[in-house]
Write a protein that binds this ligand. Sequence first.
Ligand SMILES: C[S@@+](CC[C@H](N)C(=O)[O-])C[C@H]1O[C@@H](n2cnc3c(N)ncnc32)[C@H](O)[C@@H]1O
Length: 277
Amino acid sequence: MSATKQGSKVRVAYDDYASYRWTIDRLLEAVDLPAGAWLEPCAGAGTIIEAVAARRADVAWAAVEIQPKYEAPLRKLIPSQAHVAIGDFVALAIEPREYPPLFAVSISNPPYSLAEAVIRKSQKLAGVTAMLLRLNFLGSQERADWLRVWAPDIYVLPDRPNFNPTLKKDKEGKDRMSSGDSIEYAWFIWDWRRISFRGSVQVLATTPEEVRGAEKLPRQQAARAAALPPAPTPPAPPAPPPPAPLAPPQPAAPTVPASEDQTRPETPGSKTDATSP
Ligand SMILES: C[S@@+](CC[C@H](N)C(=O)[O-])C[C@H]1O[C@@H](n2cnc3c(N)ncnc32)[C@H](O)[C@@H]1O
């Protein structure tokens, strides 16, 4: 895997940082997401798919991922040929449907640099878009107009997931694992069943240190192995293939309460003419 240096931090190509399952568990405990066809637009090896599948039997998956190395693990989770596409989700040719949407839910931990594009495309394809993002995604001049139009509900993770554990030297020159990113994360949810364009904020349950530590350990071991001896510069990843067509599995409309039928908040680029509450 290639890495790029930005400032003092080394970032992995494609922002390839798998989610921790506990971050998904906290979301699923707190939010009643609709059953049906779900999309993972930047699926990696399928951590989110596995975590959801462990809790819910009422979800049928489709997944997109740009790196061909993840095709095999994704196909183990989603055997149907038509429901896994290897390619760029943002460029994927897939026609949105106005109502009901193609997918009940689009859920991911997208690469940060592509987050807005992934969210905007997800909003056209899915009734609910749920994205794990840095909390400071909210504070941006470029995104202000867009976020004002349809603000997300924010579910803050009180424990910081350390996506990129690194090895550091302490004062005595001994190797120490970094304690964590000093970045707060939250689930951002845009739900077209919501009446108001204004979002809400909730703080999710805390996750015990033993649970977080057990998931972090393999990454720390990998970071240690990569640090000793110094890793040679690996070749750049191959250019991604053009995305294959993607068919949603048995698309199901999200359950819409009778009083809120077909009033989807208007998003930039959307053709709906829903009235503002
Ligand atoms: C932060 S990782 C998260 C992976 C997975 N969603 C999870 O939560 O474990 C981001 C993933 O997005 C993939 N990715 C990056 N750019 C992409 C694109 N344009 N289209 C689809 N996948 C992309 C990366 O290869 C990587 O697997």
